[in-house]
Design a protein around this ligand. Structure first.
Ligand SMILES: *Cc1c(COP(=O)(O)O)cnc(C)c1O
Length: 388
């Protein structure tokens, strides 16, 4: 098929829910990908933070293929060693007690919201505070949790019981906690919201406030988790421990998975029959995730993520068209002085560099395994596009 044929069929058969770019990818290796004509791209997207070990990492692919050849799925009536192994390793990496597995970030957040509702149920506390400019998913309940009205439009009414606060406004959040609130849910870096960093003192203050008011602190680490910020979970670099944490995107290195982890005090909060997912804990996805956790939860690997992020940030800050760079680890937002981010994205693509946007910023979420050579090659294309 020619690219035009691919595009025509996409337009005809796929619902138009995505603003697609004129590229079809057919092959990849670490931070390089190739289209149907063989043109090479440096990839600073990793599928929006999903392919954390890069495209088709050989060890990851072998672990996944091996599991597919042994037993690919079973129903949740039965014990699954892969499922249990992942839960144990992930809880160990996160400092949490138990996990529930599902298939996406939105579903992991849905589980967190159900846990919060159940936690507050006996005292009539059902409201959940989230932040303006947040992003928590596309289901009707996680849309309600998402503090951006643009996403709500056309889909009302949404699930009730969400209150919105300004990021950083500890007093405002305290004033909303009138006994009807069971949880606060937030991202430590708002990814879709434009790579907006939550202040460490704010997150620590929230931790203290939540403890005082018996409100759950729930962190959505769907984008920031699994090594992205240079810590296994970003809260581990902030001196706080949440009551609930959700993960998805990078967790299985490119296979669908979501996880909701709870601390010791929430052990066994959901009873048999209160939550489930047909594919949740699927052994093939879990085999991929175990390879990811094994590789990423290593101090040297995590240190390198931090170093690569710092290198990219330093190089980007020298470009005259760059206004500012913000982020943590390999999650970077680049504010441009006068250029339009979407136009820059299109030009980068034409020149062989895949990037993302977030609001009016260019966003880089490269694979955590990106090499020095791949970074430099991508930076060179980026500098050339900005200079044109
Ligand atoms: C991507 C994202 C989600 C939604 O994850 P899906 O797998 O697309 O459902 C939720 N929260 C955050 C912070 C995200 O970045």
């Amino acid at each position: 098929m020619t690219f035009q044929e691919i595009k025509d069929q996409d337009q005809k058969y796929i619902m138009h829910t995505y603003g697609r770019v004129d590229v079809a990818l057919v092959k990849g290796s670490n931070a390089r990908a190739w289209d149907e004509t063989g043109k090479e791209y440096i990839d600073f997207t990793s599928g929006i933070g999903v392919n954390c070990l890069g495209y088709s990492d050989p060890q990851w692919a072998a672990a996944v293929a091996k599991q597919a050849g042994e037993i690919q799925h079973m129903c949740n009536y039965y014990h699954s060693p892969q499922n249990i192994g992942l839960a144990k390793e992930l809880c160990g990496a996160a400092g949490m007690a138990q996990g529930f597995f599902c298939n996406s970030g939105a579903e992991a957040n849905e589980c967190a919201i159900k846990i919060a509702r159940k936690y507050g149920e006996k005292r009539g506390a059902f409201k959940i505070i989230t932040l303006h400019n947040s992003f928590h998913g596309r289901t009707l309940t996680t849309l309600a949790a998402t503090g951006q009205e643009a996403f709500h439009r056309d889909f009302l009414p949404l699930t009730q019981g969400f209150l919105y606060a300004e990021p950083g406004d500890l007093e405002g959040i305290a004033s909303l906690m009138d006994g009807s609130v069971c949880a606060v849910l937030l991202e430590t870096v708002q990814g879709e919201g434009g790579v907006v960093l939550m202040d460490e003192a704010f997150v620590q203050g929230l931790r203290q406030l939540c403890t005082e008011r018996d409100v759950l602190l729930m962190l959505d680490e769907v984008q920031t988790g699994v090594g992205r910020t240079g810590h296994f979970f970003s809260y581990q670099g902030m001196g706080v421990q949440p009551d609930v944490v959700t993960a998805a995107k990078g967790l299985a290195g490119g296979l669908p998975i979501g996880a909701c982890l709870v601390s010791e005090k929430l052990r066994n909060i959901l009873k048999p029959g209160q939550q489930g997912s047909t594919f949740g804990g699927n052994p093939v996805a879990c085999a991929g995730a175990r390879e990811v956790v094994r590789r990423v939860n290593d101090p040297n690997f995590l240190r390198e993520v931090g170093e690569k992020g710092a290198y990219l940030q330093k190089k980007l800050e020298t470009l005259p068209q760059v206004d500012l760079v913000r982020g943590r680890g390999l999650m970077l937002g680049i504010q441009l002085k006068s250029l339009d981010a979407h136009e820059v994205l299109i030009k980068c693509t034409e020149q062989g560099l895949l990037v993302l946007t977030a609001k009016e910023l260019i966003r880089f979420l490269p694979p955590l395994t990106i090499t020095q050579e791949e970074m430099d090659q991508g930076l060179e294309i980026f500098a050339r596009v900005l200079g044109e």
